[in-house]
Write a protein that binds this ligand. Structure first.
Ligand SMILES: [Zn+2]
Length: 333
């Protein structure tokens, strides 16, 4: 069995910087046509110069692969309309992090005071720049995302014309919110379609599956699978592939992030097949939905997948991928 995916897109991707960027950029660039690049560097991407410089470092790391880095900016409530107008053509979205919630998010938003956020969000809404949100509170780790749904609702009703992307959703509460507000959208990762907290910490601790938001309950995974497999039109694939060096994962104080870039499309093909979903739906989930939601015209690129065992390498330049050392059913040929 084989299938061809047309211009697959990864709408939530961490490419990092420096040596890590050089190490792993091709893992995404060889199988995707483009990706939405997260801005949480140190310091975060927050000016036009930062965007352009980071984009050129990414292009250099990609080499001659055909891959479009769609850039994002790190949200700050101080951005003026004039500034947003000046960067609007360089970005596909602006990423909002609650302060301190994940890797390099210390400069994020604390408290969600609508009046304080209003000038920037109103301008974004008028300029048609989507707001991508890491939606977690500082509450108990299993409840953080569900608690954040009320903030999504507050934002969605205060700015009804603003496209709000609930990034890497992990709960049935977020899935339900999708249909309550016209302007709420979502990305879903591969790993949250596959694992629950049991896979991370139910037996021996699996550091390479530890991520933020943490994997939740079986009923949450079911809710995510349901919308992904039918390619709900407001949902697109975003791997949240987040590389860390092996020693930062296999450590006392394990960094959060699952590295899925090199195996994402192969495992998605297997997941859709085993769940009886058609590959047309996979095409929608990994590309067509995102093209509509973000208004993208991606580089034309066909990825041929074949049902042929693929032994996943133990690591890619010192970064351990999901399924390392295991055999998966599909290969990119
Ligand atoms: Zn992320």
């Amino acid at each position: 069995m084989s299938l061809t995916l047309h211009s697959p897109l990864d709408m939530h991707l961490h490419l990092r910087d420096g040596d890590m960027l050089k190490n792993i950029a091709k893992c995404s660039a060889s199988s995707f046509s483009g990706g939405l690049i997260m801005p949480n560097l140190v310091p975060p991407v927050s000016s036009k110069e930062d965007i352009l410089a980071y984009k050129s470092r990414i292009k250099e790391a990609i080499g001659d692969e055909e891959f479009e880095p769609y850039m994002t900016l790190f949200f700050k409530p101080s951005y003026t309309r004039e500034f947003l107008e000046s960067i609007k053509d360089e970005v596909v979205g602006i990423k909002l992090y609650p302060a301190g919630i994940t890797t390099n998010s210390e400069g994020g938003v604390s408290g969600f005071d609508i009046d304080e956020l209003s000038p920037t969000l109103t301008a974004m809404s008028e300029l048609n720049i989507p707001l991508c949100v890491h939606g977690e509170t500082n509450g108990f780790v299993m409840d953080r995302e569900a608690e954040f749904v009320s903030i999504y609702e507050k934002l969605a009703s205060a700015f009804p014309k603003l496209k709000i992307i609930m990034e890497h959703i992990t709960t049935k509460q977020s899935v339900e919110a999708l249909d309550r507000f016209e302007n709420l959208y979502a990305t879903i990762t591969l790993h949250h379609l596959l694992i629950t907290l049991d896979d991370v910490a139910g037996g021996m601790l699996k550091p390479h599956l530890f991520c933020k938001p943490i994997a939740k309950r079986p009923e949450d995974r079911e809710a995510l699978l349901k919308v992904a497999l039918k390619a709900h039109p407001k949902v697109s694939f975003g791997s949240d592939s987040a590389p860390h060096p092996k020693e930062a994962k296999e450590a006392c104080g394990c960094a959060a992030g699952v590295f899925t870039a090199p195996i994402a499309l192969q495992v998605l093909a297997e997941l859709f097949e085993t769940n009886g979903a058609t590959f047309d739906k996979l095409q929608d989930f990994v590309s067509n939905n995102a093209q509509k939601i973000y208004g993208l015209k991606p580089l034309e690129k066909s990825i041929l997948l074949e049902k042929k065992p693929f032994l996943v390498p133990n690591d890619y330049n010192g970064v351990v991928p999901m399924y390392s050392g295991e055999t998966i059913a599909y290969s990119i040929v």
